[in-house]
Design a protein around this ligand. Structure first.
Ligand code: HEC
Ligand code: HEC
Length: 131
């Protein structure tokens, strides 16, 4: 009787612990809809740097802070900044242009196909110059 109750307790605690771990892990999960989920931190960072440069902006142009009073604490996984959603469309468009209209090496990941890059149109400005 005692033993049986103990086993149930252990099973219940295990379920609780597993659930807790899953919850704790969630914020670390990447929210990538265009880029491959297994992209390395280095590749992701250097790609993001090219966006800053191509558009002449800082990371906070597309990423909101966790806390408005600490502008540097950016929540990169959040989709609250509408520019991030716009940027995803631009990424898809750029991939499409490269795949459709340019020769490409299919062994390279599509986000690296860069006959056309953000810079090609943006030339260092968030809203590309008209002339
Ligand atoms: C022009 C908009 C834009 C700029 C500027 C930008 N990002 Fe991003 N960032 C994105 C988009 C869009 C995604 C999501 C890509 C996807 O869905 O595949 C993203 C995703 C990320 C992620 C992954 C978040 C996650 O879900 O885990 C990190 C980290 C990140 N950006 C860091 C940066 C850093 C650091 C900078 C500045 C050097 C920066 N970004 C500048 C648009 C931008
Ligand atoms: C073929 C040209 C072209 C390419 C390539 C391109 N853009 Fe754009 N992008 C534009 C134009 C034009 C606008 C301005 C649209 C407007 O004024 O409404 C724009 C606007 C934007 C905006 C502002 C959103 C908005 O609603 O206007 C963001 C953010 C952006 N681009 C990010 C990117 C990123 C990141 C890349 C590379 C992955 C990229 N763009 C590649 C042409 C391009």
């Amino acid at each position: 009787m005692f033993l049986k109750r103990n086993t149930t307790l252990v099973a219940a605690s295990l379920t609780l612990i597993t659930g807790l771990i899953a919850t704790l892990q969630q914020p670390n999960e990447r929210n990538l809809l265009v880029l491959p989920k297994d992209i390395s931190d280095e590749q992701l960072d250097s790609l993001m740097q090219t966006y800053n440069k191509a558009l002449g902006v800082q990371c906070n142009f597309c990423h909101v802070p966790f806390d408005k009073t600490i502008p540097d604490s950016l929540d990169y996984a959040s989709d609250k900044e509408p520019m991030k959603t716009e940027a995803r469309k631009m990424m898809e468009m750029t991939i499409h242009l490269n795949k459709t209209y340019f020769w490409y090496d299919s062994t390279r990941p599509p986000y690296l196909l860069n006959a056309v890059k953000c810079k090609t149109c943006h030339q260092g400005e968030a809203f590309p110059p008209e002339d």
